[in-house]
Design a protein around this ligand. Structure first.
Ligand code: ATP
Length: 224
C-alpha cells in the first residue's frame, strides 16, 4: 500500500536554555487511508514532532518523506508549496477569520495556491461544506456560528486543496463530548470513504482508542 508519510531516525535538540534532546530516533510510517493518533504525556514532544511532520520546522536531523518524496532539505518556498498542496491542518483553536463569511474562510487556502479560478474554488468550497453538513452556513459570518460549527468550517478549510494527509493538534480539545464525537466521525469517514490519511495528536483516550493506530510517545521516543 502507498505510504503517505514516513520519518526515518528523526532527532531534534533544543539548545536554549541548555541542550535538550527533545526527539530521539523517531521512525514510523503512515499509509494511505490510515487514521493514526499520537498520544503521550505533556512535554514528551508531540507538538514538536507534528511541527516537523507538517514541514514547518526544518531544524532536525533524519529524513522526512511525503508521498514517497524526500522533503528534508528542500527550500522554504518549496516546502510552503508542498505543504499547501498536500497537508491539511486542524488545530485546537479554529483560527477562522471571524469577520469573513464561512465560505470565504474555506476558500482562502485555495486562493493562496492560485491554481483554480475563483468560480471553481467557490464551487469546491461549497462541496466541502456540503460534505460536512454546514453548507447552509456558507454566507454566515464566521463569528456567528457555534464552536462545533467553527471546527467543522476549519476542517472544510483544511480539505479545500484535497490534501493527502490531514494533521490535527488536539482538534477536539475545545469541544464538548458531542462535538468531539462529531469530529471523530468526520475524520473516520474521510479515512474510510475518501482514502485520506489522518494523524492527530490528542490527549483524549476515547478518541485515540477509536483510531486505527496509536503512536505512543514517551520522553521524545516512540515506544509503541
Ligand atoms: N522552543 C523551545 N525551546 C526549548 N524547549 C522547548 C521549546 N519548545 C518546546 N520545548 C520543550 O520540549 C518539550 C516537548 O514540548 P512539546 O510541546 O513538543 O510537548 P507536547 O508533548 O506537545 O506537550 P503537551 O501535551 O503539553 O502539548 C517540552 O519539555 C518543552 O518544554
Amino acid at each position: 500500500m502507498k505510504l503517505v508519510l514516513e520519518t526515518k531516525n528523526v532527532n531534534k535538540h533544543f539548545y536554549k536554555p541548555k541542550d535538550f534532546h527533545v526527539l530521539k530516533d523517531i521512525s514510523f510510517r503512515i499509509k494511505e487511508g490510515e487514521f493514526a493518533s499520537i498520544m503521550g504525556k505533556s512535554g514528551c514532544g508531540k507538538s514538536t514532532l507534528l511541527y516537523i511532520l507538517s514541514t514547518m520546522d526544518t531544524d532536525y536531523t533524519g529524513e522526512l518523506f511525503l508521498n514517497d518524496r524526500l522533503i528534508t532539505g528542500k527550500s522554504h518556498e518549496e516546502l510552503s508549496r508542498i505543504r499547501n498542496k498536500n497537508i491539511g491542518f486542524v488545530f485546537q483553536f479554529h483560527y477562522l477569520l471571524t469577520e469573513f463569511s464561512v465560505i470565504e474562510n474555506v476558500m482562502l487556502p485555495a486562493k493562496k495556491l492560485a491554481v483554480k479560478s475563483l468560480k471553481e474554488i467557490k464551487h469546491d468550497a461549497y462541496e466541502k461544506l456540503k460534505m460536512l453538513h454546514i453548507d447552509h452556513l456558507a454566507e454566515q459570518r464566521a463569528s456567528r456560528i457555534s464552536g462545533g460549527e467553527k471546527q467543522r468550517v476549519a476542517i472544510a478549510r483544511a480539505l479545500i486543496n484535497n490534501p493527502t494527509i490531514l494533521m490535527g493538534d488536539e482538534p477536539t480539545g475545545n469541544l464538548d463530548s458531542h462535538n468531539s464525537q462529531n469530529v471523530f466521525n468526520i475524520f473516520k469517514r474521510l479515512s474510510t470513504e475518501e482514502g485520506l490519511s489522518l494523524l492527530v495528536v490528542t490527549h483524549d483516550e476515547d478518541f485515540a482508542r477509536l483510531t486505527d493506530r496509536i503512536i505512543q510517545m514517551e520522553d521524545g521516543r516512540v515506544i509503541d
